[in-house]
Design a protein around this ligand. Structure first.
Ligand code: ADP
Length: 204
């Protein structure tokens, strides 16, 4: 099979990014999920764990050999360099594994769900197109409050910590507007896009 079309997918929390990823998979795309790869790399026996143990000693490793996320957060809160050192270990492994999964894909389109895609030159250079899922901040807040049972202020803080809407839109080759309270318009839009990414429409 020729090299698959590599589509980067991004969007703020609650924009509907996961929903779009699921729809594209239903249309026959392969999903490469960088978060899932990073979690596996830092789970017991994960590919990043020997380097993490060597770099930080036992401080950041749980008894069963996983990354101790609470300890990492505490340490990184006091010393931002910790996060950079950890990322310097984990990111290259995630990048290599994501590309390996993409190479192994037997589908015409591979969807890369990459957090911080908008900020990442590395990924933008390796993807054919970037699709941004967008909606108003009010819609984001409403959806995440309902989905995660979080207070409005908490969701607002998460949104503020993410890339701005403008940063994301600036790197978009295509934008999926997903502000409705029903999934139908999104499904129709994704079905249209799926065809242009070489995917076939699945029967309902
Ligand atoms: P993200 O991955 O961007 O955080 P999700 O795809 O999980 O967002 O969507 C957030 C929540 O909003 C989920 O509960 C999802 O089912 C819901 N949602 C997303 N888009 C729509 C839509 N068009 N209509 C109704 N609910 C939606």
């Amino acid at each position: 099979m020729p090299t698959a079309f590599r589509l980067g997918l991004t969007g703020g929390i609650g924009s509907g990014k996961s929903t779009v990823a699921r729809l594209l998979v239903a249309h026959g795309a392969t999903l490469v999920d960088a978060d899932a790869i990073a979690r596996a790399a830092t789970a017991p026996g994960g590919a990043a764990m020997p380097a993490i143990a060597e770099c930080f000693g036992p401080t950041l490793v749980t008894r069963d050999g996983a990354l101790d996320r609470d300890a990492m957060r505490t340490l990184a809160f006091n010393d931002p360099a910790v996060r950079h050192r950890l990322e310097a270990i984990v990111h290259p492994l995630v990048g290599a594994e994501a590309l390996r999964q993409a190479e192994a894909a037997q589908t015409p389109c591979v969807v890369f769900d990459i957090p911080l895609l908008a900020e990442s030159r590395y990924w933008r250079q390796r993807l054919h197109r970037i699709l941004v899922v967008d909606c108003t901040p009010d819609t984001q807040i409403r959806r995440v409050m309902a989905r995660n049972g979080l207070a409005r202020e908490v969701v607002e803080k998460i949104i503020q910590a993410q890339a701005s809407r403008l940063t994301r839109l600036a790197c978009a080759d295509a934008v999926l507007w997903n502000d409705a309270d029903t999934p139908q318009p999104l499904q129709t839009e994704v079905a249209g896009l799926a065809t242009s990414f070489g995917l076939s429409l699945l029967p309902e």
